[in-house]
Design a protein around this ligand. Structure first.
Ligand SMILES: [Mg+2]
Ligand SMILES: [Zn+2]
Length: 189
């Protein structure tokens, strides 16, 4: 099955202000056209997976139970709008924990590939941060950068061509998830 993996914050919903974490549902605001993007991907046969760093759990800002409640509300709205997300992977660990799942490490993407049996080399991971692009490279999936969330900052870092980043260039760049989705569903020769 065709699969696409999405980062959450800055791709589906706005990066929240303050401490940068979605601590409860009030902090969760869908980005413009994100629901429509998820709908057209779903309608065109894509299996959609989310992979998100959630260190706010290890920092004590919210619990795994609260996170799952936020995700349930998100999924309910996505489904009401005609889209479907099949699975959400999250890393609850602190950056100091040096786990395998926290992006830029590839753990979540590799676990998803194993669970859902998709071909990594032809699957896209859509994110707004350098750590998303790096995680994609580290997992062998194709990175797409969107310019929502931290995307513009990330893009500037690439044009400034910092040599340490150059091996991790995105495969494609789109203004937002909707334009990425439109491209993904276009017939390719
Ligand atoms: Mg993000
Ligand atoms: Zn982790």
């Amino acid at each position: 099955m065709k699969t696409v993996i999405l980062d959450r914050d800055g791709v589906i919903n706005k990066n929240p202000p303050n401490n940068g974490y979605v601590c409860d549902w009030n902090d969760f605001i869908f980005l413009p056209n994100a629901l429509e993007a998820i709908r057209i991907l779903t309608q065109n046969g894509y299996s959609i997976i989310v992979a998100t760093n959630q260190a706010g759990i290890s920092r004590g800002f919210y619990s795994e139970k609260q996170l799952s409640e936020i995700h349930q509300q998100m999924l309910d709205i996505i489904e009401a709008e005609g889209g479907k997300i099949v699975k959400i992977y999250y890393c609850p660990h602190h950056p100091d924990a040096k786990c395998e799942c926290r992006k830029p490490n590839p753990g979540m993407l590799l676990q998803a590939a194993q669970d859902s049996e998709f071909e990594v080399s032809t699957t896209f991971f859509i994110g707004d941060s350098i750590t998303d692009i790096q995680a994609a490279h580290n997992a062998g999936v194709l990175p797409i950068l969107v310019l929502t969330g931290h995307g513009r900052e990330t893009y500037k870092k690439y044009i400034n061509a910092e040599s340490t980043l150059s091996p991790y260039k995105p495969e494609k760049i789109f203004t937002n998830l909707y334009s990425a989705a439109r491209w993904m569903i276009m017939p390719k020769n």
